[in-house]
Design a protein around this ligand. Structure first.
Ligand SMILES: [Zn+2]
Length: 329
């Protein structure tokens, strides 16, 4: 068992940690300045003479290894150096108030950018820890939060965690997850401001709640741009449902329906994908085709009736010509 569902357990012996003594208030971010895999770092934590360790190690491939239970204090953030962040209390063992996360960086100066997989794994792990321990999802202060090792030890650890992408982390935590960035849309959208984008190819606008849904949809790649495609309409009111709108995209129909008046897919929020085989989400061209089919069916029925009448007339004529038999001269 690990505290974080996505982690592989590689616990150090509990003789190397502060057992049941941790009351986490801050998350401390580190980089390894060496090593190539998370497992390699975990093995080092299990055996090194200085008894250093962190709770988690995030590999460049996105692997998360847990080395110390969150209830235990790890051996990573012991001692403050002069010039440390003013909000950190002196005279206490900060290992008893922190959960620490290492990130594998083979460069001794921690200059390797996090890989995409590593960044995703790191951000998700941090969000999960914040959630479970009530740690503020922002840069740390006296009330807790997320900090870098350099804030404890600005002299010996000035480059820990080096180039960790702090601004991306804050954006991730603020918006509650990964989402599509306007720059990543490769010119398919322009930003009109006020949380509204216009598609440069189709001219339709996507905004507000549906834009938030679009920017998160699918959870990876280019989100809605990848999985829903371009907008094929603006928001359209759904007849009979107050405040409910739908918007058609190349690959799906999104409904904005916070009250779940039209539908309530399991686990859905205020926006969800509509049924395509029936209801207001159905492609309107299908309704037109269905009407055409009904008209044609009527015409077929009429023709069938005419054929039946003609057959009856024909039968009657054949009977008339066949009898009575006429004498031959
Ligand atoms: Zn460090």
């Amino acid at each position: 068992m690990t505290d974080y569902a996505g982690a592989i357990p590689m616990y150090v012996d509990r003789s190397r940690v502060f057992i049941d003594a941790n009351q986490p208030k801050w998350i401390v971010i580190h980089k390894t300045a060496g090593f190539h895999t998370a497992q390699e770092v975990a093995n080092y934590f299990a055996t090194n003479a200085e008894m250093t360790s962190t709770h988690y190690v995030v590999g460049q491939d996105g692997t998360v290894v847990q080395c110390v239970r969150e209830q235990d204090g790890a051996g990573g953030n012991c001692c403050l150096e002069p010039g440390h962040a003013a909000f950190l209390p002196e005279g206490v063992n900060l290992n008893l108030f922190t959960i620490s996360i290492e990130h594998v960086d083979p460069a001794t100066d921690n200059s390797t950018p996090l890989t995409d997989a590593q960044k995703r794994a790191s951000f998700r792990l941090i969000a999960d820890i914040c959630e479970r321990h009530g740690i503020p999802r922002r840069h740390g202060d006296a009330n807790g939060g997320i900090i870098g090792h350099f804030e404890l030890d600005p002299i010996s650890r000035a480059r820990c965690p080096g180039n960790y992408p702090w601004n991306e982390l804050w954006a991730f935590l603020e918006q509650g997850g990964f989402m599509l960035d306007i720059q990543a849309t490769r010119g398919y959208f322009t930003d009109l401001g006020n949380n509204v984008w216009r598609c440069t190819k189709t001219g339709y606008v996507v905004g507000h709640g549906i834009l938030d849904f679009y920017r998160r949809y699918g959870g990876d790649a280019l989100y809605g741009l990848t999985y829903l495609g371009l907008p094929l309409s603006n928001e359209t009111p759904v007849t009979g449902y107050k405040g409910v709108v739908l918007q058609r995209f190349e690959r799906g129909v999104v409904c904005w329906d916070p009250g779940h008046q039209v539908d309530n897919p399991p686990g859905s929020g205020p926006a969800y994908l509509m049924h395509l085989d029936r209801g207001p989400g159905q492609d309107p061209r299908i309704f037109t085709l269905q009407q055409q089919v009904a008209t044609l069916q009527q015409q077929v029925n009429t023709l069938k009736q005419e054929v039946d009448l003609l057959k009856q007339e024909l039968d009657a004529q054949e009977l008339g010509s066949g009898s009575p038999a006429k004498p031959t001269g």
